[in-house]
Design a protein around this ligand. Structure first.
Ligand SMILES: [Zn+2]
Ligand SMILES: [Zn+2]
Length: 249
């Protein structure tokens, strides 16, 4: 099993590097003892709250609700804001804070996903309803933006999720043909929806016809981008579109 040997050697090498040059934790500033945890230390990961099967989330969009709902009623929970969204269901690993926020920011600076984050995302994919997905598709960047940054952070993330979940990945299915304006903090849900309308197209529909797509992006904000992607994927024949992101803003 060359993959196992490789990851063991990689892990040992990473631990040695971390001993010699400990990275500063992006949350507390202390040393990150294992590069597998980067960009935050193990203690800050422990303090980062992740959604789990006991949380009450809108079954469709994954919005967190502090209300107590019986386990057998969770599938009926709806936030009332996401009825028009085109995806089947969306989930994030947790809220946009602590280790998850630091990970989103780190992924914008360098094309690297540490093992800890990959495992957290893979665990989120194993919970229903996302565990029904059978092919991974990253949210594409416009080619101009990808050239500026040097990589598409959603694709980097999606490759690690594919590795951790062993699901196949199709990177050439979804294409972003319009260079949409950056979503600004002040844009409301409606303005965001208008700005992404018609921005995406499916280039090789045969790769997703009848399949249950797991769409991957870094952050879920209003859901406008992933909803637009889900619309074109479903029109092209995908039977379901699930969305998985690192964090929910
Ligand atoms: Zn820390
Ligand atoms: Zn909702």
């Amino acid at each position: 099993m060359p993959g196992v040997t490789e990851s063991v050697i990689g892990g040992v090498y990473d631990s040695l590097l971390a001993l010699v040059y400990p990275e500063a934790c992006a949350v507390c500033g202390g040393p990150v003892e294992s590069r597998l945890d980067a960009p935050v230390c193990a203690a800050c990961w422990t303090a980062t709250r992740l959604f789990d099967e006991n949380d009450n989330l809108c079954w469709k969009c994954g919005a967190f609700t502090p209300a107590k709902i019986a386990a057998d009623k969770r599938q009926m929970v709806r936030c009332g804001e996401c009825d028009a969204d085109n995806f089947t269901a969306a989930r994030a690993c947790g809220l946009y804070e602590d280790g998850l926020r630091a990970s989103v920011l780190a992924l914008k600076r360098e094309p690297h996903v540490a093992n800890r984050l990959a495992q957290i995302i893979a665990n989120a994919q194993r919970q229903p309803p996302l565990n029904g997905a059978d092919v991974i598709v990253p949210v594409p960047l416009h080619s101009e933006r990808e050239r500026e940054r040097g990589y598409n952070q959603a694709a980097v993330l999606a490759r690690e999720v594919a590795r951790a979940t062993r699901l196949p990945i199709e990177e050439s299915v979804l294409f972003r043909r319009i260079h949409t304006e950056r979503h600004r903090a002040g844009m409301d849900a409606k303005a965001r929806r208008v700005s992404v309308a018609g921005a995406f197209e499916v280039r090789q529909p045969k790769l997703i016809v009848g399949r249950r797509v797991l769409l991957i992006d870094d952050v879920f904000t209003t859901g406008a981008t992933v909803s637009e992607c889900a619309a074109v994927l479903k029109t092209a024949g995908a039977s379901d579109v699930y969305v998985l992101t690192i964090a929910r803003a």
